[in-house]
Design a protein around this ligand. Structure first.
Ligand SMILES: [Fe+2]
Length: 188
């Protein structure tokens, strides 16, 4: 891994060990991610930015422990999107190439703690161009889908998470359900 990415992971790991809270972690990690996002694709080797014709590709750069931070390079071909999901942790996203679109969703009620009766309403969207940084925190979880519409170019983004991001909550908007599902990645 590029030494600048290694330094970023070490910094995020130290940050997370302070137990200062998710709001503090993203406030401190976002400016560091902004520096990285300005460097663009030079941060990644060709093996670290593989794409996949079947789905957006998650290239694992640092996996760490279950409760430690993890870092991924995601490659989004035109038309590739995540499902609606939340991460159950904090995270910081930086765009290296292309325009990444994020669509947010808001539960009609935060009072209902029933994974089978969740009504989601469309929230705002963000269009993140190269060099942009976005963050999220849990509790309440940030519910969103991310991707690139058919009529845009491929996007590449860096994502640091506050835990080993090998699963997330998948929302079925029609069924009104939320389920924990495993998510795949490429080793690099
Ligand atoms: Fe996400």
């Amino acid at each position: 891994m590029d030494s600048r990415l290694e330094a970023f992971v070490a910094e995020c790991d130290c940050l997370a060990r302070t137990h200062a809270g998710a709001g503090e972690y993203v406030a401190r990690a976002a400016p560091r991610m902004l520096d990285l996002a300005a460097m663009g694709l030079d941060l990644l080797s060709p093996e670290q930015r593989r794409d996949d014709p079947r789905s957006y590709a998650r290239n694992a750069l640092h996996l760490g422990s279950q409760r430690g931070v993890s870092l991924f390079a995601l490659v989004w071909r035109p038309g590739q999107w995540t499902p609606i999901h939340d991460h159950g942790t904090w995270g910081v996203v930086g765009v290296l190439e292309g325009v990444l679109e994020e669509r947010s969703f808001v539960p009609r009620s935060y009072e209902v703690d029933d994974a089978d009766a969740i009504e989601l309403l469309p929230g705002g969207i963000s269009l993140l161009s190269p060099g942009s940084v976005s963050t999220f925190v849990p509790n309440p979880d940030h519910i969103h889908m991310t991707g690139v519409p058919e009529d845009r170019e491929t996007a590449v983004s860096l994502h640091v998470y506050g835990r080993l991001m090998n699963s997330y909550h998948f929302y079925d908007r029609d069924a009104g359900t939320r389920r924990l599902v495993a998510v795949e990645h490429f080793e690099s």
